[in-house]
Design a binder for this molecule. Sequence first.
Ligand code: GRG
Length: 294
Amino acid sequence: MNFSEQLKSYQDLINQRMVTDLPESGLRPSQLHSAMNYSLQAGGKRLRPVLTLAAHDLFPGELNPVPAALAVEIIHTYSLIHDDLPAMDDSDLRRGRPACHKAYDEATAILAGDALIPLAFEILAREYRPHPQLGLDLVHMLARTAGGEKLVGGQMEDLLAEGTEPNEQTLSFVHANKTAAMIETSLLLGFRLGRMGGDEKLTQLLTEAGHALGLAFQAVDDLLDVTSTTEALGKDACHDEDRNKMTWVALAGIDRARELASQHTECALAAFRKMGGENEFLLRLAEHMLVREK
Ligand code: GRG
């Protein structure tokens, strides 16, 4: 399979699994379950779960990484639903459609996000029950990443920084925790399920790769906000500037943001290369993420 076919095949695996593991839209209360399905099935790049599957396939094992990948996408989607709320980033458009609170209402969007969080952990607990130690490790890794020191903490600082003078220290904290932590963990969950999952040296290299990839992803996200269009992105362009957000573009300009994205990508590539295994797809994916258009 070439890179595009492999990417599509990973995305298909996640999308198919979503259909079986999500509560049906009609389930009572249908407004809640329909909103959960609406946001999850709106598409999106499925980047994080693809990373989980590709990291598993570096050194594939006997266990199925798809439920772990789905759990990651579910947490990511909850964070997008809540991020779009008027009390947070106040965005009307997401994944090319009205944001959840626009398609439904604010209370429903809050509750849909709330219900997605335990669903992710329910899937992990249920699927990996025959391997309790492993299952607990996965739950621990994802919970920690979704919590106050990582995703939620990064989001808090991001909101607090709005309208303040950009500075590198805050920006680095926000990017490391709001964005890079989940990308790192997406990789680590998949790797943990593979046959080399207990190898410390490889885990360390993958952690470095994930961190760098996450920082590159955020730098590209900052760039796309000013260089792309709402149609291409499927979410509001120039939103960061409108919200007076602290971004690399605001702090250091477009050229520096590009330079940073390339440097972080190089770091990620170097770590993936050192890991060996079936790393060809991840190498291509890291390059693809640098030149992505949405
Ligand atoms: C509400 C706890 C909480 C956290 C929100 C995800 C997030 C944190 C904020 C979204 C805003 C933003 C620009 C975040 C950084 C980059 C990012 C996570 C972009 C969205 O991810 P993509 O581009 O989206 O992978 P798709 O729709 O393709 O999955």
